[in-house]
Design a protein around this ligand. Structure first.
Ligand code: CAA
Length: 259
């Protein structure tokens, strides 16, 4: 396994890859190199058929404190314009396998935006979410203004982005920013268990379901329903659907091949 500077990469079980953000001295601030390492890891995971699900986590105290403010301070307007970061974020959002996050502690700025890039967030009850860029005299730069409003709606998104105030895990749960809240000490364990459940499904069905659901952020209902119908029809040609239905009828556990 590769050695990285900003992340740790593990295989807690054969079909799950775990990325741990690991810059404790900078509160896991996501400098460019962190995003590069995440992107490279996801790119390798996309090509490795044995990996079915990827989980991203931080430490017990902090998921990620945002973009690296010290690095950001060095960027002028043109530097920001030609920065690689948008490409890294695009690569993260284009990852076609399920991406889960186990969030404890602070998920701020780009940390909150990273949480919004993943498919399912499980938060510890002490987690705090926020877009504090306004306190730095700037605005979110990794999709926060767009994804937050689509995820939690206008009133809360406006409050977070315009005031810089944080919300706790229960508020994030009520708002739909996270899928589940657990005790802090169980966040990763619960996320890995959920990842294990998802890893046991047909990877083909998982991929098409994820693609269709994410499309709903971009297209109208009719176009989304068309994509869903085509993907649903495509699944009828798969060995996995045949196996899933046969296994149900034969009262046994299905064994999905991804074909
Ligand atoms: N970037 C760079 N360094 C950071 C950092 C960040 N985002 N957040 C914390 N650090 C560094 C601090 O500078 C400090 O370094 P030194 O030891 O060298 O002084 C170290 O981490 C510890 O920081 P604190 O003493 O502040 O730690 P804490 O545990 O008391 O507080 C925190 C934790 C609440 C997360 C606090 O550090 C904080 O508020 N951080 C900044 C959060 C923020 O403003 N994020 C938005 C960044 S901009 C952005 O993300 C733009 C975008 O959308 C793309």
């Amino acid at each position: 396994m590769e050695t990285y500077q900003d992340i740790l990469v593990d295989r807690p079980q054969d079909d799950i890859l775990l990325i741990t953000l690991n810059r404790p001295d900078a509160r896991n601030a996501l400098r460019n190199n962190s995003l590069l390492e995440i992107t490279e890891t996801l790119c390798a995971a996309a090509a490795d058929a044995t990996i079915r699900v990827v989980v991203i986590t931080g430490s017990q105290k902090v998921f990620a404190a945002g973009a690296d403010i010290k690095e950001m301070a060095q960027l002028d307007a043109i530097g920001a314009l030609i920065d690689n970061r948008p490409e890294y974020w695009k690569a993260i959002s284009a990852f076609h396998k399920p991406l889960l996050a186990a969030v404890n502690g602070y998920a701020l700025g780009a940390g909150c935006e990273l949480a919004m890039h993943v498919d399912i967030v499980i938060a510890g009850e002490g987690a705090k979410f926020g877009q504090p860029e306004i306190n730095l005299g700037t605005i979110p730069g990794a999709g926060g203004t767009q994804r937050l409003i689509k995820t939690v709606g206008k009133p809360l998104a406006m409050k977070l982005v315009l005031s810089g105030e944080m919300i706790d895990a229960r508020t994030a749960l009520a708002a739909g920013l996270v899928a589940e809240v657990t005790a802090d000490e169980h966040t990763l364990e619960r996320t890995l268990a959920l990842a294990g459940t998802i890893a046991g499904k047909s990877p083909l069905a998982i991929r098409l379901a994820k693609e269709a659901m994410l499309k709903s952020f971009e297209v109208g209902l009719e176009a989304g329903l068309n994509l869903e119908r085509k993907s649903f029809s495509l699944m009828a040609a798969s060995a996995d659907r045949k196996e899933g239905i046969e296994a149900f009828l034969e009262k046994r556990k299905p064994k999905f091949s991804g074909r």
